[in-house]
Design a protein around this ligand. Structure first.
Ligand SMILES: Nc1ncnc2c1ncn2[C@@H]1O[C@H](COP(=O)(O)OP(=O)(O)OP(=O)(O)O)[C@@H](O)[C@H]1O
Length: 234
């Protein structure tokens, strides 16, 4: 199976840091798989996610993403190119940062489409469908800041998918949730994978990792483990 995302020799040395956060990471992510990235605190998980997703530029190595327009060298794009790529090709479910507390649930989702030039009325109609599909019908006009943590993560999952992004990145998506709500959010993310999306999720939670197709383990910025769940496609 060809890779949707392919990283080679990734290095990340933060300025002033005593050691590299990433040190020669090679990783291939196949279309349609769910990959959990695990490892101790400080092992480089978030840095890897940010480099794979074009949020940070690596100090060495390459990241290649297959897109409808052909392969794109994410590492080589400038800031504007990487933000366009993130907007058009990728979806993000982070604990915080992408959603705006003062906007409604509907606006938070619709804005992702409006950024690509879709008119507001159409974007809001699509956003309402996504919110309903994720169990948030009736809460469209609620300010994000007045939603529960689990509801806000559903908004993030709607926003991540509305653009048609094939590749979703999540960083501790259930970290702030109680276990039942966290399990529901994970169900929704894995539901997106069942429908053909690809998921890379950073987690400390062995329960989440156990439900992913594959677990990649980092230590000191290197991949020290890469195993497929029994029964998952390899
Ligand atoms: N902006 C930064 N500047 C300097 N050093 C950084 C920066 N961000 C992360 N680091 C360092 O890089 C290393 C990897 O950090 P990273 O956040 O990727 O780890 P992590 O595995 O996600 O950790 P955690 O599980 O605690 O979130 C750590 O030593 C961290 O201190």
């Amino acid at each position: 199976m060809s890779s949707l995302l392919s990283a080679r020799g990734l290095g990340m040395a933060y300025r002033g840091a005593p050691a590299a956060a990433l040190d020669g990471v090679d990783l291939d992510v196949a279309a349609g798989e769910s990959v959990a990235v695990m490892g101790a605190s400080g092992s480089g998980k978030t840095t890897l996610l940010h480099v794979l997703a074009g949020i940070l530029r690596p100090t060495s190595g390459t990241v290649t993403l297959q897109t409808a327009r052909g392969p794109v060298g994410v590492h080589a794009l400038d800031d504007a190119g990487r933000s366009r790529l993130r907007r058009e090709e990728l979806g993000f479910v982070f604990q915080q940062g992408l959603l705006l507390d003062e906007l409604s649930a509907l606006e938070n989702v619709a804005v992702a489409r409006m950024l690509s030039g879709v008119p507001r009325a159409q974007a809001e109609a699509e956003a309402a469908q996504w919110l309903a599909a994720l169990g948030l019908a009736g809460l469209e006009q609620r300010r994000l800041g007045a939603l529960s943590g689990g509801q806000a993560q559903r908004v993030a999952i709607a926003r991540a998918q509305i653009t048609g992004a094939r590749l979703l990145f999540a960083d501790e998506p259930t970290g702030a949730l109680d276990s039942r709500t966290g399990a529901e959010v994970l169900d929704l993310l894995l539901g997106a994978v069942a429908q053909g999306r690809t998921l890379v999720v950073v987690t400390h939670d062995a329960g989440i990792a156990a439900r992913c197709d594959r677990v990649v383990e980092l230590r000191d910025g290197r991949v020290v483990g890469d195993r497929h769940r029994a029964g998952a496609r390899a």
